[in-house]
Design a protein around this ligand. Structure first.
Ligand code: GP9
Ligand code: MN
Length: 427
């Protein structure tokens, strides 16, 4: 019902943060690349095996003079995995407590998503993925989000040795994406979803030059090999951007969607981190994923702000000079000095600047020490917990109730799903 939106709007307005004046509109009008690094965790950045960097290209990108890299950035997905990440990234709405919002609510709901917001600023929008279009109901959901184009497996030349696991190998995927990119009118918003670094981390012999880790856990050990392959694929794509000068008029956003190594592998994780054992705090830290933004007008640095996938869209909007104070978005610009630095997890746990709450235990986020809260701390803690619960439940109200159909924004037209057709036309 339309009146259910009132409470949601109230919550959003109360928690609004204003943009950082020194970043607002810095990258206005540029092309945007969103590069989805499958199952990629932050610990891989600068990680070495046998003295060799797993991800030399991403490491370079991380410390590039024009890259803002967040090192306290968490994935917030639940059962919907990749689809939860996509949902948060492009809508600033959470995935659902069970199942996948894209699967259950992707086709019928109204969204005010990144592609349609940018479309109305004159952008062409396209998603690229080397798997079947139906996975996670992308073929329907992307229409609701306003994607002009969705290039999936049938758009790519395929030979049997091009594939591994779920689909096309990342190097081949990036290479074959380029001719399509070149035809997109600028400015464009292009999302590329990689695949090869997906469990069970399979790779053909020719690409398996990098040494596996030696934890003895066979699910974990090949992870760095496919991560290394993904890094090489990214490196090749980056040199294309550089050669063509596209890097100058584009913002390149990189993020890891969720863990590759789940928390069920404690002994192996301890070995990877060179620790005797790991507790819940260590595991929460281990769940960090990369979030990096590169743009020629940005002053590169590592930013320690605590944030998560829900915060990406507001951050990007402000860099592009797009106001979001009339939008229903649950994240907050990570570059805003007013950011409260609270990262809700789907199960109600959270990381914040001061406290990390996992299960029934509260840790000091800075030191990792378990805390017995004093009366004043308890009050702060409860306020954060309330925010976390309200944020998740209001987002769920929006998705379950399809409330955005009642949310009208001045100067913004809702998506007309019927205008899109992602089937490849055969000449
Ligand atoms: C499949 C891919 C995998 O197309 O995006 O999704 P995941 O299993 O990581 O959720
Ligand atoms: Mn995934």
């Amino acid at each position: 019902k339309a009146k259910d939106l009132k409470g949601v709007e109230k919550f959003i307005n109360k928690n609004q943060v204003s943009p950082n004046v020194s970043y607002y509109g810095k990258e206005k009008g540029k092309n945007v690349f969103i590069i989805h690094l499958e199952s990629f965790q932050q610990f891989l950045i600068n990680y070495k095996v046998d003295g060799k960097e797993v991800t030399p290209n991403l490491n370079k990108f991380y410390r590039n003079q024009h890259t803002i890299a967040f090192d306290n950035f968490y994935h917030q997905v639940a059962q919907g995995k990749t689809s939860d990440a996509e949902m948060m990234l492009e809508n600033s709405l959470y995935g659902l407590p069970q199942g996948s919002a894209m699967v259950s609510y992707g086709a019928q709901n109204t969204y005010q998503a990144a592609p349609s917001i940018l479309d109305q600023k004159g952008y062409t929008t396209a998603a690229f993925h080397g798997d079947v279009p139906t996975f996670w109901n992308r073929n329907n959901t992307y229409k609701s989000w306003g994607y002009d184009y969705f290039f999936s497996d049938s758009y790519y030349k395929n030979k049997s040795n091009y594939n591994v696991g779920y689909g096309m190998k990342d190097k081949i995927f990036f290479k074959q994406t380029i001719p399509y990119l070149q035809q997109l009118p600028q400015p464009f918003y292009a999302k590329m979803i990689t695949l090869t670094n997906h469990y069970p981390y399979e790779l053909d012999k020719a690409n398996t030059s990098f040494p596996a880790t030696t934890t003895g856990d066979s699910t974990v050990d090949p992870y760095v090999q496919t991560a290394h392959y993904l890094d090489q694929a990214f490196g090749e794509f980056e040199s294309y951007l550089h050669k063509t000068g596209l890097d100058k008029n584009s913002v390149v956003v990189l993020y890891g969607d969720h863990y590759g190594i789940s928390n069920n592998h404690r002994p192996a994780i301890a070995k990877l981190l060179h620790k005797k054992s790991v507790n819940n705090y260590d595991l929460a830290q281990f769940q960090k994923v990369p979030f990096m933004i590169n743009g020629s007008n940005l002053d590169g640095h590592v930013d320690h702000t605590y944030g998560g996938e829900i915060d990406v869209l507001p951050t990007l909007e402000h860099l592009l000079g797009i106001k979001n104070n009339n939008m229903i978005q649950f994240g907050h610009d990570l570059l805003s000095p007013e950011n409260q630095q609270i990262v809700p997890f789907r199960n109600g746990d959270f990381v914040s600047k001061k406290y990390t709450k996992i299960g029934g235990t509260v840790f000091d986020t800075k030191t990792g020490k378990e805390l017995k809260l004093t009366k004043t701390q308890k009050k702060q803690f409860n306020d954060i917990q309330k925010y976390v619960n309200d944020s998740l439940s209001n987002s769920d109200k929006v998705v379950y109730g399809d409330l955005l159909r009642f949310h009208h924004i001045k100067g913004y037209k809702d998506v007309d799903k019927k205008t899109f057709d992602y089937n490849k036309k055969t000449a």
